[in-house]
Design a protein. Structure first.
Length: 288
């Protein structure tokens, strides 16, 4: 996929560092990897390098329809032309992938390489199967990466804790974890969709103004507010439901009992009465 002398890549490089170096290599030299900006509304009327594509997609003012059109085009190129455009997709998504990996391994004491690798693998695998006809392509790619990384983290945490006495080796306590973990598990269990998890996460956890998110989604403020209310009601039911509402596969996963932590961390009112969005809090981009 990459030349052996690609700068910045060593045998000890973390998977996402490899992506960073490979992506930088794609835009180095007289013939950088680029796409035709004339294909997309609001893009420069020229060839646009893929690192500039990333920056344009991360702009708050970039409409969701444009993001979807660009991502559908990029994914199709990755499917048809292979490695170069797969690296380009991963590089454009790198801010989101790094954010995911950082959250998943923030309190993980062991080597995070496998978890970072799983995040990347989940993203790349989804490129081959994601439905490009549905909206919010990158949101769904992001959640595929999150689910893969989260599964790797659970597997690592399920391993017995080493002990000097093998008969007393302890199984680790399953952490409730970051609120995003709870959203990821709710998506895995079908309680909410990945788009709904993204909506809750961006407006509740990251404090992005609801009006801004509504504009990015191509929907009205009221429609977006109602969509969030419906999703939060189902999420609350899922978290309160115990054995009846939670998939048997979540037993011991740390999801039960996390509702108070999830909604407390958002500093909002209960989910059936969403708090008004702040008009002064800057948006933190979750993904391109």
């Amino acid at each position: 996929m990459l030349p052996k002398d690609c700068p910045g890549i060593t045998a000890d490089s973390m998977p996402l560092d490899v992506v960073r170096s490979a992506f930088a290599w794609l835009v180095t030299g007289p013939h950088p990897v680029s796409l035709d900006g004339r294909l997309f509304d609001g893009f420069p009327r020229r060839r646009v390098r893929v690192d500039e594509v990333r920056d344009l997609l991360l702009l708050r003012s970039c409409p969701q329809s444009v993001r979807d059109a660009v991502w559908a085009y990029l994914v199709q190129l990755a499917r048809e032309e292979g490695s170069t455009w797969t690296v380009a997709c991963a590089g454009i998504a790198l801010p989101a992938l790094l954010n995911i990996a950082s959250k998943l391994t923030a309190r993980f004491a062991d080597d995070p390489s496998d978890i970072h690798s799983s995040v990347l693998t989940g993203f790349v695998a989804e490129l081959a199967t994601i439905d490009l006809g549905r909206p919010r392509v990158m949101v769904r790619l992001r959640w595929a990466a999150y689910r893969a990384g989260h599964a790797a983290l659970r597997d690592a945490l399920d391993a017995p804790v080493p002990s000097s006495n093998p008969l007393t080796a302890a199984s680790p306590l399953a952490p409730c974890g970051h609120p995003d973990f709870v959203l990821a598990r709710a998506v895995e269990d079908g309680a909410i969709s990945s788009a709904e998890a993204e909506l809750i996460g961006s407006t509740r956890l990251e404090k992005a103004p609801l009006a801004v998110v509504a504009h990015q989604r191509g929907a009205s403020y009221e429609a977006t507010k109602k969509a969030r209310q419906r999703a939060e009601r189902r999420l609350a039911l899922y978290l309160r439901g115990g054995d009846e509402a939670v998939s048997p596969n979540t037993s011991g996963s740390g999801v039960q009992g996390c509702e108070r932590r999830l909604f407390a961390s958002t500093h909002t009112s209960p989910p059936d009465v969403p708090a008004p969005p702040s008009s002064t809090t800057p948006e933190v981009p979750r993904c391109a």
